[in-house]
Design a protein around this ligand. Structure first.
Ligand code: FES
Ligand SMILES: [Fe+2]
Length: 417
């Protein structure tokens, strides 16, 4: 089914490209400017979005073997993600149940047991408390009651989602709204993790906005890769998650994609359309991730996590590079590395440098709202979803919100079924 859906999308994108048309939002949207700088709003987003809904925390290939682990800080919480003996991905609060110290301080590694650096309590990688130091002196406790706090976790399509609320009753399937099946077309389970780069940026939504539209590409990236770009994006949504395609039909037109990639399909029957070309584009995962395809050094994706920083004006981006297979030769490896350098440079020096000017100027600009054009449909939807999640007061409201979310939005009715 997902292959058919991808074929439908591809056909639509080609049609739009040939006809010089695009799908647009109904109207220009006004977004209150303070959404980007209000401290109260930021706190509310941490509480209602980041600490309540599934977050795409890792690619499974970052921790491929039992015993592999990764730690992360998100929205104030310290997180420990592990792969247990049975191959399952698990996630826990990285906080010792004795007196709360961070148990594992390394960013990643391989351990089946974690020993707290404060008094030496030990936890297995499935979260159980397995050792209390000097138990005869400490006093009686039931170890079973003091495992690490476990978090709802699921691994789909070779990607790992975690909810920071241990008591969450949300349904991962409702939240993913079928998008996991679309992402499943990549086969990330068999891909390889190559490297990660982390750096700061402006407010997480200012940063994320740049991943959601192509309108800025020929302008802001005019000196780097945007020269020959189309500035149009087509958007397909599953719940709050959006796949962005470029409707360019001619070789020489790029967005964040390879030159004229769709043009190669024009002459072929649909049954010969290959998954690699059809999955090409940007796949965003609400609220924090963008998966963008590239071809340098071999088939790969830049999986960007955009996480809120310590205050409203700061975000942290992790650029995680995954490839279908590790580059086979030194030349290919160098080509891939040069591409990672290039992506990091462009995002930091062009996207985020400009985002910082928004961050700095907006509060004192006299603007009470900013505009998102009919061509910035992806940004409109993203901000609407942020609002919807923030406005869902109870866990029940939140569950209903995702349970009722539409799937395959943007496809012709028939194709969406
Ligand atoms: S806080 Fe971890 S052993 Fe004491
Ligand atoms: Fe950009």
């Amino acid at each position: 089914m997902s292959r058919e859906t991808l074929t439908d999308i591809t056909r639509q994108v080609i049609d739009h490209g040939k006809a010089g048309t695009m799908a647009q939002a109904d109207a220009v949207m006004k977004l209150p400017a303070e959404m980007y700088y209000s401290k109260e709003r930021f706190e509310l987003e941490l509480e209602r979005i980041w600490r309540r809904i599934p977050l795409l925390v890792a690619a499974g290939s970052e921790l491929p073997e039992p015993g592999d682990f990764k730690t992360m800080d998100i929205a104030g919480a310290s997180l420990l993600i592990t792969r247990t003996k049975d191959g399952q991905a698990r996630a826990f609060m990285n906080a010792c149940t004795h007196r709360g110290a961070v148990v594992e301080r390394e960013a990643c590694g391989h351990k089946s047991r974690f020993t707290c650096p404060y008094h030496g309590w030990t936890f297995s990688n499935d979260g159980r408390l397995v050792g209390v130091s000097a138990p005869q002196d400490f006093g009686d406790i039931d170890k079973q009651d003091y495992g690490l706090v476990a978090l709802p976790t699921c691994e789909r399509a070779g990607l790992i989602w975690v909810i920071l609320n241990p008591d969450s009753t949300l349904d991962f399937d409702d939240f993913l709204a079928g998008y996991d099946a679309m992402l499943g077309q990549f086969g990330f389970e068999n891909w390889k993790y190559i490297s990660v780069r982390s750096f700061k940026g402006p407010n997480w939504k200012i940063a994320f906005d740049g991943y959601l539209e192509y309108y800025h590409i020929p302008v802001l990236h005019g000196q780097t890769f945007g020269t020959d770009s189309t500035n149009r994006g087509l958007y397909y949504a599953w719940g709050p998650h959006q796949h962005i395609k470029s409707p360019a039909a001619e070789k020489g037109h790029i967005a964040t994609e390879v030159l004229g990639y769709m043009a190669d399909l024009f002459e072929k029957p649909e049954t010969d359309w290959d998954l690699e070309t059809m999955t090409y584009g940007v796949w965003t995962v609400f609220p924090c991730a963008s998966i963008a395809c590239f071809g340098g050094g071999g088939r790969g994706v830049m999986f960007s996590q955009i996480l809120p920083g310590a205050h409203v004006g700061e975000s942290i981006t992790n650029q995680i590079y995954l490839m279908a297979e590790p580059p086979k030769t030194d030349n290919l490896a160098a080509e891939a590395e040069a591409q990672f350098d290039f992506f990091q440079e462009v995002v930091m020096r062009e996207d985020y440098a400009t985002g910082y000017t928004v961050q700095q100027a907006l509060p004192h600009s006299g603007l009470d709202h900013i505009l998102l054009g009919r061509n910035e449909l992806g940004n409109q939807r993203f901000h609407q979803w942020c609002d919807k999640v923030v406005e869902a007061e109870t866990e029940d409201d939140l569950r209903q919100l995702f349970a009722g979310a539409e799937r395959a939005v943007g496809l012709h009715k028939q194709a969406a079924e």
